[in-house]
Design a protein around this ligand. Sequence first.
Ligand code: ZN
Length: 92
Amino acid sequence: MEKEKWRKFILKSEGLEKWKIKDCQGGGLCQHKIKTIICPSYNQALFLHEVAHALLPKRGHDAVWADIFTELCRRYLSLPQGKSVENKIIPH
Ligand SMILES: [Zn+2]
């Protein structure tokens, strides 16, 4: 799957379709106020890291956050092309 499509697909699958993605060089950032994930396009793991923050506001990197991040990686880093996911990780 092409990178941009892959990222939008994940936002949609996890109920974050109102969120925007902004490219940058270097580190990632999750801005809840403006619903924007800022992340370099070449770094898929960092994108999933920021998606976990988008799903779990104000938790930092606690155990719950780590579980969600792990699940995101399991699901989306090995996703066969065109396959859809059955359930959101966090229903909302
Ligand atoms: Zn973080």
